[in-house]
Design a protein around this ligand. Structure first.
Ligand SMILES: Cc1cc2nc3c(=O)[nH]c(=O)nc-3n(C[C@H](O)[C@H](O)[C@H](O)COP(=O)(O)OP(=O)(O)OC[C@H]3O[C@@H](n4cnc5c(N)ncnc54)[C@H](O)[C@@H]3O)c2cc1C
Length: 385
């Protein structure tokens, strides 16, 4: 299926490498995607592939000087088309470490990022709480200054890599401390093995995911583990979202394309009314409209990713636009593909049924569609003369 995009170097090679790696996961993908635990075969393969280096800056073992949103996007497109678990493991290395890479101290970066780049240490970003999802201002986790340390108390919920990560990037309400930071949200790197850090399982989702709650019970963290200025922790977190929201769009494009390939193969080989399904008008319409969705959201996603490479914060609205368009389109495409496959689209654990379940969460995490629509509409209102 042509993609309408022609890649130059180094992107053509990155895409080829990611496609070959993703293809090598086909035999284990169904098993890995059916579990809530880390699949060690997939993790080992991912470590050996070297792809994780694209989630960390070059000074700490990364593949390019700065994390390149377009490279991350291309890799996620390939991984998600085969194995959602591999896609998560890859993406979380960047999602969990990007704040550190952009706003942490040099000492902290040197201590952790090289091990993130090799996949030796898994990373996690802990924002969500039982009472605070889309509205991060409602966070209840607290960070209280105590001499040269900070004491963290609270509970984070639905955290990817919980129980597996070597550290959590945690956003907390700074209770007291320097006047400039008091009451604001601060970010901290919290090693998972500190006393007082524990995890518990999250509810099982329709598409399995390594997920859990993380509890911080009087956790004493050196003040040097702060990421960014006191009370200004939201900045590095938003910078993370600016890059990784686009990569969710990349993953959504990859998943939609895979669903379309599965449905097209089926529609070509199955005959009804003496004709292959693909030659029945309504079915052809479902497939053609889906191709238009995949092709157009890929173009938007790639353009947004390239812009974000110049300055992610300046292009947050483009990342949001790409995430909104690609994840919503992915859901529509997968739904049509199930329809094209008739009863075979409903078989539990078939590839298309897995796509159907996997597509759904992408419209909720890293900014629910309705929440990012608010920002996009605000931008639109400002731009229209
Ligand atoms: C697979 C998965 C992995 C996750 N991993 C992580 C992780 O690693 N780290 C982490 O911190 N969190 C993680 N999360 C949590 C995720 O970030 C939240 O689910 C998300 O932020 C939405 O919050 P919520 O579920 O509490 O929904 P709510 O905030 O309760 O929102 C529910 C719905 O209300 C609507 N809504 C909410 N606010 C508005 C508004 N202002 N305007 C219009 N509509 C609105 C939207 O339709 C939204 O979907 C994960 C979630 C999933 C499903």
């Amino acid at each position: 299926m042509t993609s309408l995009t022609r890649l130059e170097e180094p992107y053509a090679s990155i895409q080829t490498e990611a496609r070959a790696f993703a293809g090598s996961l086909e035999p284990v993908a169904a098993e890995a995607d059916a579990s809530n635990d880390v699949h060690h075969g997939v993790l080992t393969a991912l470590r050996r592939s070297g792809l994780i280096r694209h989630t960390v800056p070059g000074a700490f073992g990364g593949a390019s000087e700065q994390v390149d949103p377009f490279a991350v996007c291309l890799i996620r497109e390939q991984l998600m088309s085969v194995c959602s678990h591999a896609d998560s493991l890859f993406a979380l290395q960047g999602i969990g470490s990007f704040a550190l890479a952009t706003a942490g101290s040099r000492e902290l970066q040197e201590a952790w990022l090289p091990r993130v780049a090799t996949g030796e240490v898994l990373a996690a970003l802990a924002l969500t709480e039982p009472e605070a999802g889309s509205d991060l201002k409602g966070l209840r986790t607290t960070a209280r200054r105590d001499g040269d340390a900070v004491v963290i108390d609270g509970r984070k919920s639905f955290i990817s890599n919980a129980g597996e990560a070597g550290f959590y990037t945690v956003l907390a309400k700074e209770e007291s401390g320097p006047a400039e930071g008091a009451g604001g949200l601060s970010a901290f790197l919290v090693p998972a093995d500190l006393p007082g850090v524990s995890t518990s399982p999250a509810p099982e989702l329709i598409a399995p995911h390594v997920l859990g709650d993380v509890h911080f019970d009087h956790v004493i963290v050196p003040a040097g583990h702060r990421i960014g200025q006191p009370g200004k922790g939201l900045g590095p977190v938003l910078a993370t979202l600016a890059v990784f929201r686009i990569s969710v769009a990349g993953a959504a494009v990859g998943l939609a394309q895979r669903a379309l390939e599965e449905a097209t193969r089926h529609a070509r080989s199955r005959e009804q009314f003496n004709r292959p399904l693909v030659r029945l008008g309504p079915v052809a319409g479902l497939l053609a409209t889906s191709w238009a969705d995949v092709a157009s959201t890929r173009l938007l996603t790639h353009a947004a990713a390239r812009l974000a490479g110049e300055d992610p914060r300046a292009h947050l609205e483009h990342s949001s636009l790409a995430k909104l368009a690609a994840t919503e389109a992915c859901s529509r495409v997968v739904d049509r593909c199930v329809q094209v496959m008739g009863r075979w689209g409903l078989v539990h654990e078939s590839r298309i049924e897995r796509c159907y379940r996997q597509a759904r969460a992408m419209r909720i995490y890293e900014g629910a569609s309705e929440v990012i629509s608010l920002g996009i509409a605000r931008q639109l209102a400002e731009e229209v003369a």
